[in-house]
Design a protein around this ligand. Sequence first.
Ligand code: ZN
Ligand code: ZN
Length: 198
Amino acid sequence: MTAHAPPDPRLADLLARSSALHGHLCPRQVLGVRLALLAGETLGLDFPRSDKRALVFVETDGCFADGVSVGSGCWLGRRTLRLVDHGKVAAAVVDTRSGRAVRVRPQTDLRARVRAGRPEGQTRYQAYLDAYQTWPDADLFDVQPVDLRFDLAALVSAAGKRAVCDRCGEEIVNEREVVQGDETLCRGCAGDSYFTLL
Ligand SMILES: [Zn+2]
Ligand SMILES: [Zn+2]
């Protein structure tokens, strides 16, 4: 038990779910769950949710991303979460109905404040774990209203859109094909491949 009541009644249950999925409970995962809940609250969206109304952009993978998924109900496998790999513990959430979006990040001095305030003998890890579960949102996060710099409709695309690459013959869904001259190509064949065939 911690000294303070959890700031959100959903938190204990979500952390139990998240740690079961993730294999352990760790500070970044807690941050992810709470960050997602705060983003949902800011946008007036009930989190975690199971429909496709919210779209989340996590800015790093790992423990944090699992927490964000559990807190928001948005998953890579549901097409409601995307990785924008900037190596940052932060995420943006978009309400696809209104187009409103917020980015939430931990305050840049957060870890320093947690370390400075930790009781004698407490490990940093435990101090982060405690603080992230018990401190109020206002002491943890910055909420930034943002505008998306891309076409949301194109990113989401529509179910059932299919093309076939004229070179490799592989199927392309979600309108990710590229037209070059009179050829329809997958991004790899169009020159944007992340691998070399051996
Ligand atoms: Zn972890
Ligand atoms: Zn191809």
